[in-house]
Design a protein around this ligand. Structure first.
Ligand code: RTP
Length: 150
């Protein structure tokens, strides 16, 4: 069984627009397993940690303000290749460059309102999971996995 995990977050615009179920559905349909989910209202310090690598970018203040504009849905998904596949399901950072069939390609237009976040590497995924779920996540195996993995 693959044990790769990724951090996926529905951003405030995605929550406000009622797209949480749609995003969860796409990850479940693909065969990934949800192992943590919580509605959260992160403060400035927490968001600055999450986006620390972007702190020198001109859009950083606007990004933090956007991320503080409402609750987010923090999730951890598990499965084979889930980090890369999660980014494929999301689409490109710029929604206008995202293909139809991807989450951003189907539901968004602006890079600064792009609905959801997904970790960009296994290493960053584990860092983000530790930041957003400091108490850890559920570990369990599903019976259905024998139907998904060969
Ligand atoms: P994310 O972390 O949200 O999954 O996005 P990403 O890896 O695809 O893109 P990244 O470069 O890490 O940027 C993080 C978020 O910052 C906002 N952004 N705005 N105005 C701009 O030019 C700009 N560029 C990036 C987006 O919300 C992006 O998702």
């Amino acid at each position: 069984m693959a044990t790769e995990r990724t951090y996926i977050m529905v951003k405030p615009d995605g929550v406000e627009r009622g797209l949480v179920g749609e995003i969860i559905k796409r990850f479940e349909n693909k065969g990934f397993q949800l192992i943590a989910l919580e509605l959260k209202t992160p403060d400035q310090e927490h968001l600055e940690k999450h986006y620390a690598d972007l702190s020198s970018k001109p859009f950083f203040p606007g990004l933090i303000k956007y991320m503080k504009s409402g609750p987010v849905v923090a999730m951890v998904w598990k499965g084979k290749g889930v980090v890369k596949a999660g980014r494929v399901l999301l689409g490109e950072t710029n929604p206008l460059a995202s293909l139809p069939g991807t989450i951003r390609g189907d539901f968004a237009l602006d890079v600064g309102r792009n609905i959801a976040h997904g970790s960009d590497s296994v290493e960053n995924a584990e860092k983000e999971i530790a930041l957003w779920f400091p108490k850890g996540v559920v570990h369990h195996d599903r019976v259905i996995e024998k139907l998904i993995y060969e």
